[in-house]
Design a protein around this ligand. Structure first.
Ligand code: LLP
Length: 422
C-alpha cells in the first residue's frame, strides 16, 4: 500500500475507485502481498522435508484459498463447513487435516472422505471414531504444555485450555488406536495464535519430536501455526527465517531418518497483511472533550478490537499521507486525534482501544464526513469472524491484482437476513 496525491493505493488501484464501484464497507485483498507471505513461508522452511498448510479459519474466501492451494499448501479445517469449502476450493481429501474440537458424531460422519486426516483432540474422540468405524488416518493433537499468544483467549496449550491430549495421556491414546489395529500417522501441536517469539514454538516442537520416538508409524509432524504479524507500525516482523533455521537444526536429521514430513499450518501469517477493511466516515462529533469519528462498519465486520483489544492500524484513505502508514506524522503538519467507532448499537463498538480495552484517541490525518478509512491487516480473522449483528449485512470482498480489481464475494442483500426463517 502506498499514498499518491493524498489517496491510498492498494496494488495499483486507488482506494476511492474501489469504494465507488463496490460501495462501503468492503474487504479488499492485495494478491501481491498474499503471494509475498506465501513465499516467505515456503522459503523459511525449504531445507526441511516440509509441506505448508493453511489454517483456513483465518479467511475461508475461495479467491484466497485458490491462490494458496495453487502455491502448494494443504489445508487445516476445523468443521464440516470448512471441509466443504476446502473441497470447493479444490483441495483434495488427502491435502486436508480435520482438526477436531469437541466434534459431534454428526460432524464426524460429515467428513465424508476417508482420506481426510482426523486430528483428534481427546481420547473420547478416538473412541467415537472407532465406534463409528471411520477408516480415516488418525493424528493426535498434543498439549505440549507450552502455550503462547497475543491474548489469553488464543493460547491453546498449557494448563486450563480446552485443546489437546495431555502429555500424561499420550501413551493411552496411542494404545487405544493401536489396539484397534489402526495406526497413528501424525502428531500435532498448536500452541496459540499471534506468537511473536519463535522460542515457545521451538520448545513445543522439541517436545513433539521427543514424543515421536514412541510412535513407529508416523508420516507427519505438524508443528501448528501461530506466527504473528506486525499490526502496529513500530512492531517487528516475526523472524520467520530464524524460526525456520532453528526448526531445521533440531528436526531435519530425525525427519529425514524416519521419512517424516514437517507441517506448519499458519493462518494469520499468510493472509493478515493482504487484507484491508474499507469504511466511510459517517459522523464527526465531540463527546467528553474528545473527537469521535463514526463509520459505516462495526465489530460485526471486524471484531478483533472489541473481542481482544487488538490493534488495527487505521489511515484516512481519501486524504491521507505516506507518514500515516508508519504513524510518523510530521509534527508541523495538521493531524487529529480521534476515537474511531462503528455503527452498531453497542458502546463496545470502538476500533481504537488501549491494551485494557478502553476507548482511546488515535492520530489520523484530519478526517471529514465522507472520507474513507482503511483498517489495515484485516485479512485474517476479519471476514471469517463477521456476523449479522444488528441485522447488518456482510460486506463484499474484492481482489486486487496489480491494476485489476475483481469482486469475489457479493454484498449480501437485505433478503438474506430472512433466509431460512419460517
Ligand atoms: N492451527 C490450529 C489448530 C488453530 O487452532 C489455529 C488458530 C491455527 C492453526 C492458526 O493460527 P494462526 O497461524 O492464524 O495464528 N480469532 C483470533 C485467532 C484465533 C486462532 C484460533 N486458532 C484472532 O483474531 O486473533
Amino acid at each position: 500500500m502506498h499514498f499518491a496525491n493524498g489517496v491510498l493505493f492498494i496494488g495499483n488501484v486507488a482506494v476511492p475507485a474501489i469504494a465507488e464501484r463496490y460501495g462501503t464497507p468492503v474487504y479488499v485483498y492485495d494478491t501481491a502481498i498474499l503471494r509475498a507471505q506465501i513465499e516467505r513461508v515456503k522459503r523459511a522452511f525449504a531445507s526441511l522435508p516440509f509441506r505448508p498448510f493453511y489454517a483456513m479459519k483465518a479467511n475461508a474466501s475461495l479467491a484466497l484459498m485458490d491462490i494458496i492451494r495453487k502455491s502448494g499448501f494443504g489445508c487445516d479445517a476445523v468443521s464440516p463447513g470448512e471441509i466443504y469449502i476446502a473441497r470447493q476450493a479444490g483441495f483434495t481429501a488427502d491435502q486436508i487435516w480435520f482438526t477436531c474440537s469437541n466434534v459431534s458424531d454428526e460432524d464426524l460422519r460429515q467428513i465424508g472422505d476417508p482420506s481426510i486426516i482426523i486430528n483428534v483432540n481427546s481420547l473420547s474422540e478416538i473412541d467415537r471414531i472407532l465406534a463409528l468405524e471411520l477408516s480415516n488416518p488418525i493424528a493426535l493433537r498434543i498439549n505440549t504444555d507450552v502455550g503462547a499468544g497475543h491474548h489469553v483467549d488464543v493460547v491453546t496449550a498449557g494448563g486450563g485450555v480446552k485443546f489437546g491430549i495431555d502429555l500424561a495421556e499420550v501413551r493411552d491414546a496411542r494404545m487405544i488406536v493401536e489396539d484397534s489395529g489402526r495406526k497413528v500417522v501424525g502428531l500435532h501441536a498448536h500452541i496459540g495464535s499471534g506468537v511473536d517469539d519463535p522460542a515457545p514454538l521451538i520448545e513445543s516442537a522439541r517436545r513433539l519430536l521427543d514424543l515421536s520416538t514412541d510412535f513407529s508409524n508416523l508420516r507427519w509432524l505438524n508443528f501448528g501455526g501461530g506466527l504473528s504479524v506486525p499490526y502496529r507500525p513500530q512492531d517487528e516482523e516475526f523472524p520467520i527465517e530464524e524460526y525456520g533455521a532453528e526448526l531445521t537444526r533440531i528436526a531435519d536429521r530425525m525427519l529425514r531418518a524416519r521419512e517424516l514430513t514437517a507441517i506448519l499450518e499458519p493462518g494469520r501469517y499468510v493472509v493478515a497483511a493482504c487484507g484491508v477493511l474499507l469504511a466511510r466516515v459517517t459522523a464527526k462529533r465531540i463527546s467528553g472533550g474528545l473527537w469521535w469519528a463514526g463509520c459505516d462498519t462495526g465489530f460485526n465486520h471486524l471484531v478483533r478490537p472489541s473481542k481482544y483489544g487488538a490493534y488495527h492500524h487505521i489511515v484516512n484513505a481519501s486524504r491521507g499521507s505516506e507518514a500515516s502508514l508508519r504513524a510518523t506524522f510530521d509534527a508541523s503538519k495538521m493531524r487529529e486525534e480521534v476515537i474511531v467507532a462503528g455503527n452498531l448499537c453497542e458502546s463496545g463498538d470502538v476500533f481504537t482501544r488501549d491494551a485494557s480495552g478502553n476507548a482511546i484517541a488515535r492520530k489520523l490525518d484530519p478526517t471529514r464526513v465522507g472520507d474513507l478509512l482503511a483498517f489495515c491487516d484485516a485479512g485474517a480473522y476479519g471476514f471469517s469472524m463477521a456476523s449479522h449483528y444488528n441485522a447488518r449485512l456482510l460486506p463484499p470482498e474484492v481482489l486486487i491484482d496489480g491494476d485489476s480489481m475483481q469482486l469475489v464475494r457479493e454484498r449480501q442483500s437485505i433478503e438474506d437476513l430472512l433466509k431460512g426463517q419460517r
